[in-house]
Design a protein. Structure first.
Length: 260
């Protein structure tokens, strides 16, 4: 993990350390069975910074995630979810990647009705550069139309997980990272709404010709983004970006929530 976060200065050392471990995980059943939750989350974290992952490597990590994530605490599941969101999988292992990402995100729920678990922190600091770049790249890859397609229910699980992590962040943590700050959400929300529009999850409102409807989960994320603006723009704080704020205000005016 230290090498992964030291890129590009030590980038040549990362494959030399990770490749043997990933190869063993993919080829030796005993190694896969012995994998622990902490080993898994740090492997996923490091692999998010590794280029050229093979389908076999991704599928081995995904299998470990499916096996171990049901026992993960909120903090560890959040760490895994963020790692899988950042990880760039080859198209041949897209299904495994989506499955592992959604399984990690779903662990932030509790109960058959999908209630949220008690909000806590993340077991590892979030990326200083924010999650919007990884989230945007993740959605942009859908333009390639590689199977299986990302579905609105899957994106709902992912966005709700990010909401939960965001709610659990202390003000001191927000000050140290761009991740899930107002600026981060302001970049992600237009992409979320574009996805809903493209997949028919957003629709025209027959009663208000100038407004459209959003799924309840997307509207909840939009409301949280606006909350972040007020929470971060208080007395003594640096003002939030005005253009980003105006963009979100326009979205609030254009869309109303549709119950899930």
């Amino acid at each position: 993990v230290a090498l992964a976060e030291a890129r590009p200065r030590l980038q040549d050392a990362l494959p030399a350390i990770l490749r043997p471990a990933l190869r063993e995980l993919a080829e030796v059943p005993e190694a896969a069975a012995a994998l622990t939750l902490d080993e898994l989350r740090y492997l996923v974290h490091a692999c998010a910074h590794l280029d050229g992952l093979t389908p076999e490597e991704v599928e081995a990590l995904a299998a470990g995630t499916r096996r171990l994530v049901p026992s993960a605490s909120f903090q560890i599941a959040a760490h895994l979810a963020v790692g899988w969101l950042q990880l760039h999988a080859p198209s041949a292992s897209k299904a495994a990647h989506l499955g592992a990402l959604c399984a990690s995100c779903a662990q932030l729920y509790d109960g058959s009705e999908g209630e949220f678990r008690r909000v806590q922190g993340v077991a590892r600091p979030l990326p200083a550069e924010g999650l919007a770049p990884a989230f945007t790249a993740f959605l942009a890859r859908e333009s390639k139309q590689e199977p299986p397609p990302l579905t609105p229910p899957q994106l709902k699980v992912i966005v709700n997980a990010l909401l939960q992590i965001s709610r659990g962040m202390q003000p001191s943590a927000v000050a140290r990272t761009r991740s899930l700050s107002f600026g981060d959400w302001a970049q992600m929300m237009p992409r979320i709404i574009e996805f809903c529009e493209a997949n028919g999850a957003a629709s025209a409102d027959n009663h208000l010709a100038q407004r459209r409807t959003l799924p309840g989960w997307a509207a909840l994320a939009l409301g949280h983004a606006m909350f972040r603006a007020t929470a971060e723009g208080g007395d003594g704080a640096a003002p939030v970006d005005l253009e980003q704020l105006l963009t979100l205000l326009r979205l609030v005016r254009q869309y109303r929530p549709l119950p899930d």
